[in-house]
Design a protein around this ligand. Structure first.
Ligand SMILES: *[C@@H]1O[C@H](CO)[C@@H](O)[C@H](O)[C@H]1NC(C)=O
Ligand SMILES: *[C@@H]1O[C@H](CO)[C@@H](O)[C@H](O)[C@H]1NC(C)=O
Length: 427
């Protein structure tokens, strides 16, 4: 608008000059100058088109790619990322091979995100189901009386849309969480198997993602074996059911050693591997510090994978390859601010939309995470300094590369409803 005004002014001034007929010489002079000016304008227009426009395009590309970098990263890059999904995709060799996305009923926009980007997902896990034991408190509790709850969340329209968008390629593997405060009992294996196989048959799932405690006595391994067979029988059209097992990451903010209570080992995972398609590593929520940060430091993620896959002996290398080839690296789409978990929406409200209150942003080389320091907006702490960590495109780029370097199957995103608008465009 402003530029148009500036251009008009000189035109208006030249009009009276050229229309003045008082002197012929002056007129022809004016004509010559008009011609010269028009010619000069045309030449400069051509020069501009040839040189400056491509330059601008290059700058445009650079500006977008800069969101993957750490040195020239600015808050503005992330603001763009929060407002637009127009991010240049990474070249295929820098994207993760497989992507699992979780979606939860408590961040419902994740279902819309999953629907829009279903064609970019390998596995989709709506977080719908729980296994509960309401009779657990009774003295005669014999391990039966298990209930599968959460089925009311099932949405067939959504499921159909997702399948359609992905051309039937995405595998639907709802998450089932074991909410009984004990390990699975041998008597419960056939009950769980039946409940889950029937539900999958009725709803048309491709399998499940199981979030269960993995015991050392082989009962959970028996459950995966039994469930895989039951799913194949219940759904004859399903060529091979998909079972994903969520594996907790161990915490070690201050200790170099694995805590003794963490019992998941490569040996244990190898007993599951024949029946399990993928292990979804929950490599987030690292810090037990008041700030909640860092959330998923890269060296710790790396050590978690090594700890869960490295084995000694002749078979060691082959075993590690098998295990890593089934692992999905857990990536948070949420962050922490002042010790509270925050979604992308909250991060945008408190940090990106209040850029004038952001005091510092830096890339932490040790953790490979971006850190944001800003002044709080409201409440008792108004004006006080808050420290936050939230994933950025650079954060994902490092972890995509790590998953390839370590020979993993891909990544698992927790969860689709908590990210910034551009996140699904990063792969
Ligand atoms: C079911 O999914 C459709 C398609 O995504 C959506 O429009 C609708 O709101 C969903 N229904 C419920 C109850 O969430
Ligand atoms: C997806 O939906 C469109 C329009 O409703 C339909 O034409 C197409 O056949 C569907 N594709 C698949 C793979 O189901």
């Amino acid at each position: 608008m402003q530029r148009a005004k500036v251009k008009k002014k000189p035109t208006q001034q030249t009009v009276p000059l050229s229309s003045c007929p008082s002197e012929t010489k002056a007129i022809s002079n004016t004509k010559f100058w008009h011609f010269a000016i028009i010619a000069a304008l045309m030449i400069s227009l051509i020069v501009t088109t040839v040189t400056i426009v491509p330059l601008n395009w290059r700058q445009f590309g650079t500006r977008h790619n800069a969101i993957f970098e750490t040195n020239d990263f600015t808050l503005a890059h992330l603001q763009n990322c929060a407002q637009s999904d127009a991010v240049l995709e990474q070249p295929p060799e820098q994207r993760p091979q497989e992507v699992l996305a979780y979606t939860t009923p408590w961040n419902r926009q994740g279902f819309a995100v999953a629907e829009t980007y279903a064609h970019k997902l390998t596995f989709l896990s709506p977080v719908w189901y729980q296994l509960r034991a309401p009779q657990l408190q009774r003295n005669d509790y014999d391990g039966r009386g298990l209930e599968l709850t959460g089925g009311h969340e099932f949405n067939n329209t959504w499921l159909r849309n997702v399948r359609n968008k992905s051309k039937n390629r995405v595998r639907i593997v709802p998450r089932v969480i074991w909410e009984v405060p004990a390990f699975v009992l041998p008597t419960q294996v056939p009950i769980i198997t039946q409940l889950l196989a029937e539900e999958a048959r009725d709803r048309g799932f491709d399998g499940y993602t199981l979030e269960f405690p993995v015991d050392e006595h082989g009962i959970f391994a028996e459950l995966t074996r039994s469930l895989k067979n039951a799913l194949s029988e219940a759904i004859p059209l399903l060529s091979s059911p998909t079972l994903i097992v969520a594996i907790p990451a161990f915490q070690m903010p201050t200790r170099p050693q694995t805590p003794p209570e963490y019992h998941v080992t490569p040996r244990l995972l190898l007993t599951l591997a024949p029946h399990v398609s993928r292990f979804s590593l929950m490599t987030y929520d690292y810090a037990q510090t008041p700030s909640g940060a860092p959330i998923s430091p890269l060296p710790w993620v790396m050590r978690t994978v090594e700890m869960l896959s490295n084995r000694e002996g002749e078979q060691g290398k082959a075993d590690a390859r098998i295990l890593r080839g089934k692992m999905l690296l857990g990536l948070p789409w949420y962050g922490y601010a002042g010790g509270q978990a925050i979604t992308g929406h909250e991060f945008q409200k408190n940090v990106l939309d209040r850029a004038e209150h952001v005091r510092r942003v830096w890339w932490d080389e040790d953790t490979q995470e971006h850190v944001f320091v800003y002044s709080a907006s409201h409440g008792e702490e108004a004006g006080e300094e808050v420290r936050a960590t939230y994933p950025t495109p650079a954060f994902f780029k490092r972890r995509f590369a790590l998953s390839r370097e370590l020979g993993l199957a891909g990544v698992a995103v927790w969860e689709a409803g908590q990210g910034l608008v551009c996140f699904p465009m990063l792969w």
